[in-house]
Structures are given as structure tokens and as C-alpha cells.
Design a protein. Structure first.
Length: 357
């Protein structure tokens, strides 16, 4: 194919410094894309998840990855970036993504996660690129909230249970509306929880694997958690970013559930992580007085602390990704035990190298 006829492969990723942004950048660079990412100005470095890409051949030595300062609350910067980059695909991953924090930062979460999505869609229209850009929106299983059916599909009604989920509900519908109103190629990926060694430290899986690694190495005594009975459908982030890309390679823009199809409790995640380091946990007590003890020694290793409870909880989530499987043959490769192992091994290694981490 002549150079001029090749489809342009230029991606813009908002939230490139986050867990998913870093895996997606790797994935797209490997596919030959030029990758542009929006980063926020911070008082300390916030690019640790992508430094390995930026500092080598893809980055500042004239490579295919470029970072730009910007923010989802600043429309003018979004317009400037889109008009100069002219991306062929935009992945909107930027968000205040912590559900519990959204109860404290409700207005800001709405600004970034809800109105921010609108700003980005309008910036595409302002640049008159609405018929050229394909748009991916990071929608979430949190939209189902108080679930109306099990498992959840693309047709299950939404019932958000946090300011975060309400902001994401607005984003979901504005994407659908712009698709219908302006014929934009815009898709919602309704992704269920996905984790990795790059997961933020305050999400429950990473909090557990970091805590267990520290206990195993004698750097900590006990792990404090909230609702142990909450159940989630957990997959590996690496598998899930591939699904984001696949959605944008289809002939028609549609919304897809991406999930593992398996559900486990926080309690099970704790048990499996401790098992990885040879500790069996037994549970005693009830509610906020419940503790997890080492079976062999009786030492308390897990405590419940109500400061980690949410005013309204999402008790369970279980996704049915058959539509994605049928339409573009997506299915997760990493199993639940493999996910726990990957995260545990990485955190043990990290804590050995840097006990202060
Ligand atoms: P992270 O919290 O790891 O990353 C969020 C990213 O958004 C970071 O790069 C962050 O920048 C950036 N960001 C936050 N606020 C702004 C802002 N005002 N302007 C510009 N950028 C901003 O999230 P994940 O990678 O886990 O998730 C990616 C997306 O997918 C999010 O939208 C999340 O809500 C959604 N999602 C995640 C799921 C999951 O299980 N991980 C499941 C379903 C949806 P900085 O590094 O500077 O903080
Ligand atoms: P979630 O993830 O709210 O599902 O949102 P998180 O890991 O924060 O919580 C999962 C469940 O674990 C319970 N839990 C705890 N949670 C945290 N963070 N800390 C604790 O100590 C703790 N103890 C128990 C929670 O109550 C909850 O039920 C994530 C985010 O990535 C969102 O951005 C994304 O949209 C959804 O997943 C899908």
C-alpha cells in the first residue's frame, strides 16, 4: 500500500499516566501508532508508569510518543491539542477514578469525569474532526451499582451508587448522544474492575498485595480494610486495554461490556494473597470487630476499619462479555489466581528493593 493510502495511526490518550493509560500506550506503540498523551502538572513527578516508554526509543529521543500538559477541566487546551495532533483515535481514560474519594470530591469528580468528557467531545467538533476521529470512553461497571440483574450485560439498567458513578453515567450518555446526534464513531467500554502491579495503591487489590508483601517481609504487622464481603469481577488490565482498541477497529460504533465472568469477594482476594506467602487466614468476630488471624500462630493480620466503608456500597458486580466475544473474539487470558500471583510477586519484589515504597 502506498504511504499516502495507509490509515493514519495517531492516538491521543487522556490519563496516560494511570494504570490503563500506561498499558494502552505500550500496546499502541507496539502496533505502530504515534502516541500522544495528556499529563497534568504536579509538584512531583507523576510519570513513573510510563518512564520506561518515554526514556527509551519511543520517547524524547525523537520517538513515537509525545507528552503534553493538559487537564480535563481546561477546554482551551483540549481544543489546542486536538487541532495540532489531529488524532485518528482518542482514548478518554482521564478521571478522578476512586469511588470512595468521590464522596469527598463530588463536584470535582463531576467536573473531570462527567463534564470533562463533554469538553473533549466538543473539542473534537470545534476542530471539525467529528467524522474522522474514533472515540473511546472509559465507562465502568460502577454504572450498574445496585444491580438489577446478574450477570450484567449491555442491556442491564444502571443504578449508580456514588458521585463517581453518577459522573460516569453522564459521560456514558453524552457519548451515546453525540454518536446519535453527530454520527460520531464513539464507543463506551463498560469495563469491570481490572488490576495489575501498576494499580494505584489505594484500590483494594493493590492495597492487599502491598500489605501482604510487607507482612511477609516483616515490614508491617497488620492490614486494615473495609467491606470484606463486597464481590467484584476482577481481570488483568493488560487484557482489558486490548479490548479498548478492538472496539475502535469495528465497522460500527457500539458499547461493550468487558469482564472476566467470574466473581470473588475481597475476603477471597485476601485469603489467596496470604496463601501465596504460605499463610492460612482464619476469620473471627463480626462486622467492624472481625479479624483475620494466621491459622498457625493466631497473630492478627487483618482488621476491619469502618473508615474504609462507603456511604452507599456496590455489593456485587459480575459481567457478561459475550457480545465482545461474539463480535471481536475478545476474552480474558489471565485467570484470577494468575492475577493475584502477578501482583503478589511484583509487590514482594518491590518491597525487597525498596521497603519505604
Ligand atoms: P487511574 O486512576 O490509574 O488513572 C487516572 C488517570 O487520569 C491518571 O493518568 C490521572 O493523572 C488522570 N487524571 C485525573 N484527573 C485528571 C484531570 N483533571 N485532567 C487530566 N487527567 C487527569 O485509573 P485507571 O487507569 O485504573 O482507569 C482508567 C479509566 O478507566 C478511568 O477513567 C477509570 O474511571 C476507568 N475505569 C477503570 C476501571 C478499573 O478497574 N481500573 C474499570 C472501569 C473504568 P495523574 O497520574 O496525574 O493523577
Ligand atoms: P471500586 O474499587 O470501588 O470497585 O472501583 P476498589 O478497589 O476501590 O473497591 C473494591 C471493593 O473493595 C471494598 N473495600 C475496599 N476498597 C478500598 N479501596 N480500600 C479498602 O480498604 C477496602 N476494603 C474493602 C470496597 O468497598 C469495594 O466494594 C474501581 C475503580 O477503578 C473505578 O474507577 C472503576 O470504575 C471500578 O473499579 C470498576
Amino acid at each position: 500500500m502506498a504511504e499516502a493510502e495507509k490509515p493514519r495511526k495517531v492516538a491521543l490518550i487522556t490519563g496516560i499516566t494511570g494504570q490503563d493509560g500506561s498499558y494502552l500506550a505500550e500496546f499502541l506503540l507496539a502496533k505502530g501508532y504515534a502516541v500522544h498523551g495528556i499529563i497534568r502538572r504536579a509538584s512531583t513527578f507523576n510519570t513513573s508508569r510510563i518512564n520506561h516508554l518515554y526514556e527509551d526509543k519511543f520517547g524524547h529521543q525523537g520517538g513515537r510518543m509525545k507528552l503534553h500538559y493538559g487537564d480535563m477541566t481546561d477546554s482551551s487546551c483540549l481544543v489546542k491539542l486536538i487541532s495540532t495532533i489531529k488524532p485518528s483515535e482518542i482514548y478518554n481514560l482521564a478521571a478522578q477514578s476512586h469511588v470512595k474519594v468521590s464522596f469527598d470530591l463530588s463536584e470535582y469528580t463531576a467536573e473531570v469525569d462527567g463534564v470533562g468528557t463533554l469538553r473533549l467531545l466538543d473539542a473534537i467538533r470545534t476542530c471539525n474532526l467529528q467524522n474522522e476521529v474514533k472515540f473511546y470512553q472509559a465507562s465502568t461497571s460502577e454504572l450498574y451499582g445496585k444491580v438489577a440483574e446478574i450477570p450484567q450485560t449491555e442491556k442491564t439498567p444502571f443504578y449508580p451508587r456514588s458521585p463517581y458513578a453518577c459522573a460516569k453515567l453522564y459521560a456514558y450518555w453524552i457519548v451515546v448522544n453525540y454518536r446519535e446526534a453527530y454520527n460520531m464513531f464513539a464507543c463506551n467500554g463498560i469495563l469491570f474492575n481490572h488490576e495489575s502491579p501498576r494499580r494505584g495503591e489505594t484500590f483494594v487489590t493493590r492495597k492487599i498485595t502491598r500489605g501482604v508483601a510487607k507482612i511477609h517481609l516483616g515490614q508491617a504487622e497488620v492490614l486494615e480494610l473495609g467491606n470484606l464481603d463486597s464481590r467484584r469481577d476482577w481481570g488483568h488490565a493488560k487484557d482489558y486495554v486490548e479490548a479498548m482498541w478492538l472496539m475502535l477497529q469495528q465497522d460500527q460504533p457500539e458499547d461493550f461490556v468487558i469482564a472476566s465472568g467470574e466473581m470473588h469477594s475481597v475476603r477471597e482476594f485476601v485469603e489467596m494473597s496470604f496463601k501465596h506467602v504460605g499463610i492460612e487466614i482464619v476469620w473471627e468476630g463480626k462486622d467492624t470487630f472481625e479479624v483475620g488471624k494466621e491459622k498457625d500462630t493466631g497473630i492478627v493480620r487483618v482488621k476491619v476499619n469502618e473508615r474504609y466503608f462507603r456511604p452507599t456500597e456496590v455489593e456485587l458486580l459480575l459481567g457478561d462479555a459475550s457480545k465482545a466475544k461474539k463480535q471481536f473474539n475478545w476474552q480474558p487470558k489471565v485467570t484470577f489466581p494468575e492475577l493475584v500471583k502477578d501482583m503478589m510477586d511484583a509487590d514482594i519484589d518491590l518491597m525487597k528493593r525498596n521497603p519505604q515504597a
